[in-house]
Design a protein around this ligand. Structure first.
Ligand SMILES: Cc1cc2nc3c(=O)[nH]c(=O)nc-3n(C[C@H](O)[C@H](O)[C@H](O)COP(=O)(O)O)c2cc1C
Length: 190
């Protein structure tokens, strides 16, 4: 699949709709809701069975996905603010809850889910600055250096990553209820 050339134009997201996708344990797309395909610009046929990095935006630093994968592999859920790349090159910012999916009987991880909602403007502002710094560090000094920078950034705020992200996305009240409802709907634990 050829990679779209990014253009500096947003895809408009509805505040009332969510984007959902499910992957296997390697991040290969197994399912998506209609809004996932509508916003990404791809058909279900084009995305099903493809690695999820097909919608990866080059403005996303590697360290955020490393953090996410490390957490999921440990069996823990994680929130992240993600800039994605649509088929026509436009971008869209989403607040994403990544969740593990366990086998109901055997209890091992069988895949992952992602629930996404339009990211608040304030979150986009904070994260685009942080991500630009992390990306620059990755280009010049590598992944270890950007990981170190992220740790220092959080230390300076006296926050863990989870506390920081909750603060940035306003993850309380309505937002928490939204993600809990999504988890209920699709049968995974909130
Ligand atoms: C359930 C799930 C959903 C994902 N959703 C996205 C997504 O929306 N955008 C994205 O860039 N990566 C997403 N990823 C992460 C990708 O699998 C991949 O790690 C990331 O795009 C970085 O690509 P790279 O490993 O080729 O650098 C998702 C992973 C999982 C498990």
């Amino acid at each position: 699949m050829t990679r779209p050339v990014p253009i500096n134009e947003p895809v408009k997201l509805s505040k009332h709709k969510y984007i959902m996708s499910r992957t296997d344990t390697k991040g290969v797309i197994e399912f998506g809701n209609d809004y996932f395909f509508e916003i990404s610009g791809y058909s279900a046929k084009e995305l099903m069975g493809k690695p999820h990095n097909v919608i990866r935006h080059p403005d996303m630093p590697k360290v955020i996905f490393k953090l996410m994968w490390d957490r999921l592999k440990m069996g823990k859920n994680i929130y992240a603010v993600v800039k994605n790349l649509a088929k026509d090159g436009r971008y869209y910012w989403v607040t994403t809850k990544f969740e593990i999916k366990k086998h109901p009987v055997e209890n091992e991880i069988v895949g992952y889910m992602a629930y996404r909602q339009a990211a608040p403007a304030s979150a986009i502002e904070t994260m685009s600055t942080l991500y630009a710094d992390l990306l620059e560090i990755e280009k010049t000094a590598g992944l270890k250096a950007s990981e170190k920078y992220l740790i220092g950034y959080l230390d300076a705020k006296h926050m863990t990553y989870d506390e920081f992200i909750d603060d940035v996305i306003g993850n309380k009240g309505a937002m928490k209820m939204f993600f809990a409802a999504m988890a209920k709907l699709f049968g995974s634990k909130a």
